[in-house]
Write a protein that binds this ligand. Structure first.
Ligand code: FES
Ligand code: FES
Length: 172
């Protein structure tokens, strides 16, 4: 079956059995090995990807379900000139240690930060609650996401400031 989707911002057509698991399609024919498989049954969150901006477990989604939809994997998060804010914060604040949970954590955090740049600590905890981590005790992950949210707000405010300057004809 031919499946057309937008994968990490690129229109992609794949020819695969429709019931092939998305994680197998990503890590196999599509060559995107950043998404990790842990439990393979929807419990650990290490395979989390965005499907139409919602975090899903790629081990529980069939490639056929992705027809006409948008998929973002951890490879799709980085900025052109380096790491995304949430990736950089995870590095800077010790939110990634062995790294096996990190791709899933990054995707869950990204989903949250696409919804709001002002997440509460509870919202951050809820957002990553499906991602098991054996190393960090979660506190550093929460701190990393909070710092990334702060960076998102700075970007938002800069963009807002630039718009205001333009709207007011060059000066605030
Ligand atoms: Fe998919 Fe664990 S591998 S949730
Ligand atoms: Fe090792 Fe999370 S950093 S499992």
């Amino acid at each position: 079956m031919k499946v057309q989707l937008v994968l990490n911002g690129k229109r992609t057509t794949v020819d695969m059995p429709p019931l092939m698991r998305l994680i197998d399609a990503l890590r196999g024919p599509l060559g995107l090995t950043g998404t990790k498989e842990g439990c393979g049954e929807g419990e650990c969150g290490s395979c989390t990807v965005l499907l139409d901006d919602e975090p899903v477990n790629a081990c529980l989604v069939a490639i056929g379900q992705c027809e006409g939809r948008t998929v973002v994997t951890v490879e799709g998060l980085g900025a052109e000139d380096g790491l995304s804010p949430v990736q950089q914060c995870l590095v800077d604040h010790g939110g990634a240690q062995c790294g096996i949970c990190s791709p899933g954590v990054l995707i869950s955090a990204e989903a949250l930060l696409r919804r709001t740049s002002y997440p509460t600590t509870k919202q951050i905890r809820d957002a990553i609650s499906g991602n098991l981590c054996r190393c960090t005790g979660y506190e550093r992950i929460v701190q990393s996401v909070a710092e990334a949210a702060k960076k998102h707000r700075e970007v938002d405010e800069t963009a807002w400031g630039a718009e205001e300057i333009a709207r007011k004809g060059g000066s605030l």
